[in-house]
Design a protein around this ligand. Structure first.
Ligand code: THU
Length: 144
């Protein structure tokens, strides 16, 4: 993290890459890291967590959001970085799966933010707003 300076995109991406090193992905061998930046400067990371019962795998973004909600955060989500292995696929940016988009939306909508999602690829970072990944989202506001 830069000395006293606000965390920048590259630092958030590095946090996601570092997190991915701890991924528990023995079945897919596809290590994913997610890093969430909050408006108070806090960064909360997650990795995918797989299970011998394959279908129970949890994605990195979902784990990160669960950690943040479990720590009492309710909104303030500004930016998200997601990284996958650089040697898999065609190297194009990894984007959150459909379920993770919904899970990210929960935190975003609680605080009324539309976080930028940094989808990291081998040679490119795709920047996209969550609202573009999940338009017309259903969320907590619908139940209020
Ligand atoms: N995965 C994530 O962690 N995030 C995504 O957005 C896509 C997929 C994980 C789930 C599984 O552990 C592995 O990547 C392969 O699908």
């Amino acid at each position: 993290m830069g000395s006293g300076a606000e965390m920048n995109e590259q630092e958030l991406i590095e946090a996601a890459k570092l997190a991915a090193k701890a991924a528990y992905a023995p079945y897919s061998d596809y290590q994913v890291g997610a890093a969430l930046l909050f408006d108070d400067g806090a960064v909360i990371t997650g990795t995918n967590v797989e299970n011998a019962s394959y279908g129970l795998a949890l994605c990195a973004e979902t784990v990160a959001i669960a950690k943040a909600l479990g720590e009492g955060r309710r909104g303030g989500l500004q930016m998200v970085a997601v990284t996958g292995p650089e040697d898999k696929g065609d190297g194009s940016p990894i984007t959150p799966c459909g379920r993770c988009r919904q899970v990210l939306n929960e935190m975003a909508q609680l605080g009324g933010t539309d976080p930028q999602v940094l989808c990291v690829g081998k040679d490119e970072v795709r920047r996209v707003q969550l609202s573009a990944l999940l338009p017309h989202a259903f969320g907590p506001a619908n139940l209020a």
